[in-house]
Design a protein around this ligand. Structure first.
Ligand SMILES: [Zn+2]
Length: 244
């Protein structure tokens, strides 16, 4: 009896130790990465771990052809709105930046923030630019498959891209430009966690520039990104609704 009681006791202690660890690991962290910053960063960094190919850290982004709004500022405005929505849905949020005030830290550093946070999703928020003012629409990029760099995050990133593109597209109502794999994005190749980059619209298109510059469309974008993120986390997107 005494031996049996001892064994029982050990099992109970084991169970008590296991439960909090499981609960802690299920806390989901999403890292929001508003692209660019006040100043470009023309120093270079390797496009992936161990690569001899280098790219500049940050060319600086685009700007609104009509409004003059900087892409860096649009990205952070949407990210801050999205943070509020995810907060209320019970998701822990880490931001790579919260204002537009400095020199861009580059993409190895941005991926490092997501990796250290063990993010469930590293969500990179951008708007696009083109030399053709007629080019418009929303698209979402995800890492191409490369052994040693992205094989561990490829399938989950692709799934996140599809879910977020669908929700962001529905929220903004811009043309659907679909999904695109990229092998040349430094921030993807250094990521050890699922990652996508949304291009909300084209700031070089007068229609999309005017709309994206409004608080209403920035909130629409945040709502679509929230819904797609929660779907990826297998949570109900209804939690993204703004309380009345
Ligand atoms: Zn950008």
């Amino acid at each position: 009896m005494r031996v049996a009681a001892h064994v029982f006791c050990v099992l109970v202690v084991g169970a008590v130790l296991v439960v909090p660890a499981a609960a802690a690991s299920s806390t989901r962290v999403v890292v929001l990465d508003p692209g660019h910053d006040l100043r470009a960063n023309t120093t270079t960094e390797p496009i992936g771990p161990g690569s001899a190919t280098r790219k500049i850290k940050d060319g600086g982004g685009t700007h609104g052809v009509v409004t003059g709004l900087r892409e860096a500022e649009l990205n952070v405005r949407v990210a801050l709105r999205l943070r509020r929505l995810l907060d209320r849905a019970g998701i822990r949020v880490v931001m790579t930046r919260t204002n537009t005030a400095g020199t861009s830290i580059g993409n190895v550093a941005r991926a490092g923030i997501a990796n250290r946070a063990r993010a469930a999703l590293f969500l990179r928020i951008h708007a696009d630019g083109s030399t053709d003012p007629a080019t418009r629409g929303t698209h979402t990029l995800y890492p191409a498959l490369r052994r040693g760099w992205t094989d561990d995050i490829y399938a989950r990133s692709k799934r996140a891209a599809a879910l977020v593109q669908a929700e962001l597209g529905a929220a903004l109502g811009f043309p659907d430009r679909g999904l695109q794999e990229r092998s040349d994005f430094t921030g993807f190749n250094w990521a050890d966690v699922p990652t996508i980059l949304v291009e909300m619209g084209f700031m070089t298109n007068p229609t999309e520039d005017r709309l994206l510059a409004t608080a209403a469309y920035q909130q629409r974008a945040a709502s679509g990104l929230c819904r797609g993120t929660l779907r990826f986390l297998v949570r109900s997107p209804a939690a993204c609704a703004k309380p009345s």
